[in-house]
Design a protein around this ligand. Structure first.
Ligand SMILES: Cc1cc2nc3c(=O)[nH]c(=O)nc-3n(C[C@H](O)[C@H](O)[C@H](O)COP(=O)(O)OP(=O)(O)OC[C@H]3O[C@@H](n4cnc5c(N)ncnc54)[C@H](O)[C@@H]3O)c2cc1C
Length: 463
């Protein structure tokens, strides 16, 4: 690129970082992009990812839909779909299915490695991915931002985006001031997640007719829950959660992922109903994850540096929303940086618009995900009635079910293009008011469409 308006460095080539690189490749032709990834290939932690309509829309607008369809992935169906069955299971006697969640749209499950491959391929001609570049910290004092890497090298860019995951070095530098230091590292949710793939044949042998071999189920109980769903290859994807009372908010000591103990797992569920007990006893090998989060992140930008994805708002896994939120950040930030009104002089204000557009929404998803865990583990006020033995129907159960739906709806309501329309209006308004902006919005000639989407009526009015 001969004369870029600015150079962007993306630190972290995971889902969020690569999605941002794709957004810049799609919406900008005057931004130079480098990606710096710590490992020798992008991290592939966690096998499967579930996406809903909004995430698919983003992948579609980044021009990746046909590649995903070629890989046998189908867009989420645009009609109501039956979802997880809910059971209260923390008693020895067999339980009953007290509700089946219905979602207004379908979802799509994909392997993380496949998605990362598609995202990498999407930017192969547009930017350089530098592997084995682990960011240690950055410096900024007015001019370009300098990044320092673990291999002793450094690099400069006009804008640095930290998409370096939950233990982000970018975040640690941004929050290194003693006043904010408590936000620099994630805190433990108090929850362990045991993950495994279980052979359905073994489960059916142990308990003939076991419904987890054909249906997605959440077994709920005090301080624990199990999520299971059948996947290809006659397997059951199995996740069991155990929350240690009183440990939320503490710092987790030791590695966050270790080999799990099957004996420990069986013991955790030995007092539960037969279906849940059987699943635990059929696990042959598992990993144990300590789940951490960033709650109430107060800001995610500083000068010409911004955080994106888990670096900004890592969350518990109960809504399966972390990767989707990374995509949403990438879509909005990519479009802001690509916008013709944004240049090197006003890019700091533009990053403030990104923060206003995204951080409150993502922080709210962190809380909704947490609440979902409390509901499933009967630790939320709306869940307390479900502890009653006769709670098969009636207000308490209805209230509980409404609360569960209330956490999930953000996954499929609205479209990211509507959020972009609001962000674009704010951007134009902000840059128009900015004293040192060299752009006069009235004089800027916008196409009526940018990157394939019509400018929202609000944005046109403001402009
Ligand atoms: C068990 C589990 C199941 C999950 N299931 C789902 C799901 O179904 N749906 C969903 O939406 N989300 C899910 N998530 C959450 C999702 O995985 C994350 O939210 C998502 O990966 C965040 O993307 P990211 O790009 O921000 O961070 P990451 O995916 O963590 O990527 C960060 C990248 O930065 C690199 N990096 C790290 N440090 C540095 C450094 N110092 N310098 C340079 N590079 C660095 C890493 O190697 C990595 O490539 C799950 C998470 C877990 C743990």
């Amino acid at each position: 690129m001969s004369n870029p308006k600015f150079r962007v460095a993306i630190c972290g080539g995971g889902i969020g970082g690569l999605a941002l690189a794709n957004a810049l490749a799609t919406f900008a032709n005057d931004v130079h992009v480098d990606v710096y990834e710590a490992t020798s290939t992008s991290s592939e932690i966690g096998a499967g990812i579930i996406f809903w309509k909004r995430s698919w829309f983003i992948l579609q607008s980044l021009g990746l839909e046909s590649t995903l369809i070629d890989m046998d992935l189908k867009p989420p169906e645009d009609k109501p779909r039956p979802g997880f069955i809910l059971r209260k299971a923390d008693q020895k006697e067999p339980s009953h299915n007290f509700h089946r969640l219905i979602t207004p749209h379908g979802s799509v499950a994909m392997h993380r490695a496949i998605l990362l491959g598609v995202l990498r391929e999407g930017v192969s001609k547009h930017c350089t991915i530098h592997y084995n570049k682990r960011l240690l910290s950055y410096n900024q004092s007015g001019g370009p931002v300098t990044m320092l890497f673990a291999d002793g090298t450094s690099a400069e860019a006009d804008v640095v985006i930290g998409s370096d995951g939950i233990n982000s070095a970018t975040r640690q530098t941004m929050f290194s001031n003693p006043t904010n230091e408590r936000f620099s590292r994630p805190s433990w949710t108090g929850t362990y997640c045991y993950r495994s793939l279980i052979d359905s044949t073994k489960v059916l042998k142990a308990l003939p007719g076991h419904q987890a071999t054909t249906m997605p189920i959440i077994y709920m109980g005090k301080d624990k829950h199990t999520v299971s769903y059948p996947i290809k290859g006659n397997l059951i994807n199995y996740l069991s959660f155990y929350t240690v009372p009183g440990r939320e908010g503490t710092e987790y000591e030791g590695p966050s992922v270790v080999d799990g103990s099957c004996d420990e797992l069986v013991k955790l569920f030995e007092e539960w109903e037969p279906e849940a007990r059987t699943l635990a006893s059929c696990v042959e090998k598992c990993s144990r994850w300590a789940i951490s989060q960033h709650r109430g992140t107060p800001f995610c930008i500083s000068g010409k540096v911004a955080l994106l994805g888990d670096a900004a708002h890592a969350m518990s896994t109960h809504l399966g929303a972390g990767a989707s939120q990374s995509l949403e950040d990438a879509y909005i930030l990519g479009r802001i940086l690509a916008h013709p009104a944004v240049n090197l002089r006003n890019v700091e204000e533009a990053l403030q618009v990104y923060q206003k557009a995204r951080l409150p929404i993502a922080n709210a998803v962190v809380e909704r995900s947490r609440t979902t865990g409390l509901l499933y583990e009967l630790n939320y006020p709306a869940a307390l009635g479900c502890l009653d033995e006769d709670a098969t129907e009636g207000d308490l159960v209805e209230n509980f079910i409404d609360s569960v739906y209330g956490q999930w709806t953000g996954q499929w309501e609205g479209l990211p293009s509507e959020d972009w329309a609001r962000a674009e209006a704010l951007l134009i308004n902000t840059l128009g008011r900015s004293d040192d902006s060299e752009i006069s919005i009235e004089k800027t000639s916008f196409n009526n469409t940018l990157g394939g989407f019509a400018i929202s009526p609000q944005a046109q009015v403001v402009a």
